[in-house]
Design a protein. Sequence first.
Length: 114
Amino acid sequence: MSTLAVSAMALALFLLPLASGAQSPSSLPSPVGLREHGRQVFADKCGTCHDADAAKKLPDGSTLLERLAARQDPQVKLATRLKSMSEQDARGVSLYMEGLIEQFRVAKKTSGQK
């Protein structure tokens, strides 16, 4: 997924409540604040198995971050776990994970790995 597509998806997730009139713009957290909230939620709810940065080796030797980064649309797989969270928690975790996935992909390209 291109950086532009990821940015558009993140923006859509952020603005979705506005379209439905659910919250006023002043009551929404900033993208940075929402991402930080997502980091905290991920660390609390997912960190035991995946570590706070999603880089903990799983029994098969892979990491959640590797698995998500290998997918064409990691949000589809991630959504299976986010559906049990509140809308704000899910949006925050989604933004947080998008950032980690992008960093992982860039680092992988830079190091020449496939």
